[in-house]
Design a protein. Structure first.
Length: 238
């Protein structure tokens, strides 16, 4: 756990389960939260605003991201302003494009200049980033969520892109680089080496944080014991 406490990167819990959010809100290691419509749907949410207000009644200081769900560019802007009005600690998630491939960068810049803190999501390329950061309001915070895990799914190493993103954004301290679609605990330390500011970690991985720093010999023995325990159900005689 000491190894985790020394990290400079902020760990955000990624999910929509209310009880988990309530639990992790009390955990000093978790610095913020992210959600999205798919995660909300997976836990049965049907009333978006009611769900958000329920969470905000618990999460009052840590930042939390709620995502727009319209695909229309004009409606995206309206939704973003509505969502931002629900709380001062809200980051509004907006996809880098809509489903038609139409860029949301002009809307994001308008929101940025109006003081809305955006979390631009589903970023995969440096070109998307360079277009976004032109003419930003330097006094308004913005998060750029780069889907490093999904980039890795294509067989490409996301590390060079993450480092490049941080390099081209370093002049504006209000631009935060986020490592998204985390696949394993080691990604936290990779993101730290890339100087990323934030990493989103799903609940199933947060549960594995207890293994960080564990003695590998002991971990080997514990694993063998678990295999032995699980194999005790088999009745194989030779």
């Amino acid at each position: 756990m000491d190894k985790l406490k020394k990290l400079k990167i902020s760990i955000y819990a990624d999910g929509a389960d209310f009880e988990s959010i309530k639990l992790y809100n009390e955990d000093e290691l978790i610095k913020g939260f992210t959600t999205n419509p798919s995660l909300m749907k997976s836990v049965g949410v049907t009333d978006y605003k009611n769900f958000a207000e329920k969470i905000l009644s618990i999460v009052k200081s840590k930042p939390i991201s709620f995502e727009v769900f319209s695909d229309d560019l004009i409606e995206i802007e309206k939704q973003a302003k509505e969502i931002a009005s629900w709380g001062k600690n809200i980051n509004v998630k907006i996809p880098v494009t809509n489903t038609k491939g139409e860029s949301c960068d002009l809307i994001i810049k308008k929101l940025n200049h109006s003081g809305v803190v955006c979390n631009v999501t589903a970023i995969f390329t440096i070109n998307q980033i360079t277009k976004l950061i032109e003419n930003f309001n330097p006094s308004t915070k913005i998060i750029l969520s780069i889907f490093a895990g999904r980039i890795a799914d294509t067989g490409e190493d996301p590390v060079p892109l993450m480092k490049k993103a941080k390099e081209i954004c370093k002049q504006n301290k209000n631009i935060k680089i986020l490592w998204a679609s985390t696949r394993e605990i080691y990604n936290i330390f990779e993101a730290e080496k890339c100087n990323s500011d934030i990493i989103t970690v799903p609940y199933d991985l947060i549960k594995k944080l207890k293994y960080v720093g564990k003695d590998l010999d002991q971990f080997s023995l514990d694993t063998i014991k678990q295999f032995a325990k699980d194999s005790s159900v088999f009745n194989l005689k030779v």
